[in-house]
Design a protein around this ligand. Structure first.
Ligand code: DGY
Length: 325
């Protein structure tokens, strides 16, 4: 019997490749950029397992090219790059990397919330450009985080971790979610509201929802108009949760105080994009889970998902066939 063939679309950190090698013959795209689509289609032809990053589109075309495929393991918690229904129809299992990145990503949401509300990047620019001449009572006034209202859109694992941080800041925390979360409501004193109410009443809105057809452009022009002029918007979910053109208008015309974005649409965002020039917008290049410890843990969990699936065993983190990630 020949060993299973495992295609890895980018060299993962940590011990991932060693772990994969226990289960079969591993082929790794050697370059430090997303794999060329044609090469991926070609390699997939013999693949039993695909180990992907969020940059790869796993769609009907790719699955058709991979008749022997048994598992797709994404080195991310979000799986919006994978056509899960098409995988399910073919009996292909899908793995992802929940839990290991929850706190790291929630920390990033918090870093962005504070950076925007307290104008950290503008302050650094002020110093670097030599404009800091004296203490001034009204210099770069921000808005408070402590003892305000935090609105979390999508109360999954990361949303709950953001909520915990909010409670520690003395915030009242409201949330939207497809299903009520009574245990978290009880433990953290959260309140479930509808999106309209959340936008109207929150001082800080944090998006952690999964990207699905229903959440695409959830934050559109009307949503931004509904927010308070002193409110901040933070997105650590996926870029297309927000209508980017509407956000440019909202920030330029000061409908809201500012935005902090770990994810954008398009992604990567070109340096000459209008959002980049806005002083009330802090953008980082999808770094939510980017610490050594967390990225290594994600890479190793994704590898263990492959090993288990190829052995026909329960995967440590299998994406359910239906429902959000
Ligand atoms: C994820 O895991 O979905 C994150 O966006 C990757 O950083």
């Amino acid at each position: 019997m020949t060993a299973p063939f495992i295609v890895v679309t980018r060299r993962p950190p940590g011990r991932a490749v060693e772990i994969l090698a226990e289960a079969g013959q591993v082929w790794v795209w050697p370059e430090d950029r997303a794999i060329d689509r044609d090469l991926l289609l070609d390699r997939a032809r013999d693949a039993d397992a695909l180990y992907t990053m969020l940059t790869e589109r796993v769609d009907e075309e790719l699955l058709d090219a991979a008749p022997g495929l048994r598992v797709v393991s994404n080195m991310a918690v979000g799986v919006d790059n994978i056509d899960r229904e098409a995988c399910a129809r073919r009996g292909i299992r899908v793995g992802h990397t929940p839990d290991v990145l929850t706190d790291t990503t929630a920390d990033m949401a918090w870093a962005l919330l504070l950076a925007v509300s307290r104008r950290i990047v503008e302050g650094v620019d002020h110093v670097r450009s030599g404009r800091w001449r004296r203490w001034e009572p009204k210099l770069l006034w921000g808005v408070d985080a402590s003892r305000t209202t935090l609105g979390i859109v999508g109360l999954g694992r990361i949303g709950a971790a953001v909520a915990r941080r909010g409670s520690a800041f003395g915030m009242e925390v409201v949330y939207t979610s497809r299903r009520p979360k009574p245990a978290l409501e009880e433990a953290l004193g959260l309140r479930r509201v509808d999106l309209g109410r959340l936008l109207e009443t929150s001082d800080h809105v944090v998006l952690t929802a999964a990207l699905t057809p229903e959440t695409h452009h959830l934050i559109d022009r009307a949503a931004l108009e509904a927010m308070r002029p002193t409110a901040t918007l933070v997105n650590v979910g996926r870029g297309p949760l927000v209508d980017t053109d509407a956000l440019v208008t909202a920030l330029s015309e000061r409908w809201i105080f500012g935005a902090g974005l770990d994810v954008t649409d398009p992604e990567p965002l070109p340096a000459d994009h209008p959002l980049v020039a806005l002083s009330n917008c802090v953008i980082v290049p999808h770094l939510g889970s980017s610490t050594r410890r967390t990225r290594e843990a994600m890479a190793e969990l994704a590898a263990r998902n492959v090993v288990a699936a190829l052995a026909g065993e329960p995967m440590p983190a299998e994406v359910p066939t239906t429902g959000g990630s």
